[in-house]
Design a protein around this ligand. Structure first.
Ligand SMILES: *Cc1c(COP(=O)(O)O)cnc(C)c1O
Length: 238
């Protein structure tokens, strides 16, 4: 077994165990493998090990990989902050976007999608940690944001996404996850539809599942440690 296949089996077992502790069906938790910085050859191994979808933080890197791996046609999700000038590039390969955090971006996405006659699944990113990340909507802004989003009919809101505070203090981390869950429950009432909870990464996905995550975004626990520091992806992080 390759190290990726072994890591994947381990992560899947940990997902099942965490779901079990929370009295949840493991089938209610989707694993989105995050492949940033992982080179093409390793991704071919990962797809051979059974992965069918991949998540990336940065459009430029992801687009190159999507082109290189076109013969295997994995599904691509972008999970990182997006500038409006990258919308077309993203839509050339991704079929899901999890970091929607402004109406300006929603409008830019909708314009291109309408022209292409297609729709896109999106998650709205919420900043549940206040101090720890500068991306994502403030929690108080979410209800109005979701109302305004309904004008952009090519965007299908599937859930909320967050990054918990980067701290070893599990109480603080769980507080972020609970905040997202509470926000989703209120938003589901307003929208009249269920919303997924995209929360939890390599260091905290088990806690996230115990707090209700329906999708976990896991990179390093599957592909091994990243050399690039997290501050590269989340400006403002130590
Ligand atoms: C990199 C990344 C992850 C996964 O982080 P790991 O520590 O590799 O599990 C999750 N979400 C986002 C938005 C990311 O950029």
């Amino acid at each position: 077994m390759s190290d990726i296949a072994a890591n994947l089996a381990d992560v899947q077992a940990r997902i099942a165990a965490a779901a079990g502790r929370a009295g949840r069906d493991p089938a209610g938790v989707t694993l989105l493998p995050i492949s940033k910085t992982v080179p093409e050859a390793r991704l071919r191994e990962a797809i051979a090990a059974g992965l069918t979808r991949l998540g990336e933080n940065r459009v430029q890197e992801a687009k190159g990989k999507a082109e290189a791996l076109a013969d295997l046609s994995p599904r691509w999700t972008v999970v990182g902050h997006l500038q409006t000038n990258k919308v077309k590039a993203m839509l050339s390969f991704a079929d899901e976007f999890q970091a929607l955090d402004s109406l300006r971006l929603a409008e830019a996405l909708d314009r291109v999608l309408q022209a292409q006659g297609r729709a896109l699944d999106v998650h709205v990113q919420v900043n549940t940690s206040a101090e720890a990340s500068k991306f994502g909507l403030e929690p108080e802004a979410l209800p109005d944001f979701l109302k305004a989003l309904s004008a952009f009919t090519s965007l299908r809101p599937r859930g909320l996404m967050t990054l918990a505070a980067f701290t070893p203090d599990e109480t603080v981390v769980r507080g972020c996850f609970r905040r997202l869950r509470t926000l989703a429950t209120a938003a589901e009432q307003d929208l009249g539809q269920p919303l997924g909870l995209s929360m939890g990464m390599s260091g905290d996905f088990e806690a996230a599942i115990e707090e209700g995550a329906t999708l976990v975004r896991v990179g390093q626990a599957i592909f091994g440690r990243r050399a690039t520091p997290d501050s590269f992806y989340w400006p403002g992080e130590a």
